[in-house]
Design a protein around this ligand. Structure first.
Ligand SMILES: CC(C)(COP(=O)(O)OP(=O)(O)OC[C@H]1O[C@@H](n2cnc3c(N)ncnc32)[C@H](O)[C@@H]1OP(=O)(O)O)[C@@H](O)C(=O)NCCC(=O)NCCS
Length: 139
């Protein structure tokens, strides 16, 4: 298994079957276009690969704000449903932490839906703290 930045359209397409497990509203027809558009504002994709097979995907961005300074924000993190509980999520999270350090960030953050109890256990187990409430308004 190794973790790679996703760069080509073919690699992006290969992530779709995994990302759809977390983002079921995203269609295969739209996926590459959406990723490419998001990249214009700093979005990146990375994946855990077993050969050419994508086992986990993370979407993230590095940015800077007054509250947190330079930080890596994880938009998306998902392991293929047939490969969970094998340490692949930890491999992806460890890579994201290393990437944040490589990019001189002093903070890694993400939002997780209140219903995702399993994911919360995973984050807490890996030393993350719950530090905010997320407020949202549908427009
Ligand atoms: C959270 C997630 C990325 C962890 O990936 P993973 O490859 O299973 O991670 P690891 O094998 O390193 O760690 C497994 C631990 O994650 C937690 N976990 C959370 N959801 C889980 C699930 N659906 N299946 C298995 N483990 C899950 C458990 O604490 C588990 O520990 P256990 O095996 O001792 O029960 C993965 O479970 C997943 O993709 N969940 C669905 C999508 C999701 O909720 N993503 C987070 C969005 S904020």
């Amino acid at each position: 298994m190794n973790v790679k930045r996703i760069r080509t359209n073919r690699q992006i397409q290969a992530c779709f079957s995994v990302i759809r497990q977390l983002r079921p509203h995203v269609t295969e027809a739209d996926f590459v276009v959406r990723v490419r558009r998001q990249e214009e504002t700093g979005f990146c994709l990375a994946g855990v690969f077993n050969g050419r097979v994508v086992c986990a995907v993370a979407g993230y961005r590095v940015s800077e704000c007054l509250s947190r300074g330079r930080n890596l924000y994880v938009d998306d993190l998902v392991t293929d449903e047939h490969r969970r509980s094998q340490g692949i999520g930890k491999l992806m999270l460890d890579w994201l932490i290393a990437e944040a350090r490589r990019q001189k960030c002093n903070h890694l953050a993400l939002d997780s839906g209140v219903q995702r109890f399993g994911a919360h256990r995973f984050y807490l187990r890996h030393g993350m703290n719950i530090t905010a409430h997320h407020f949202a308004l549908d427009l």
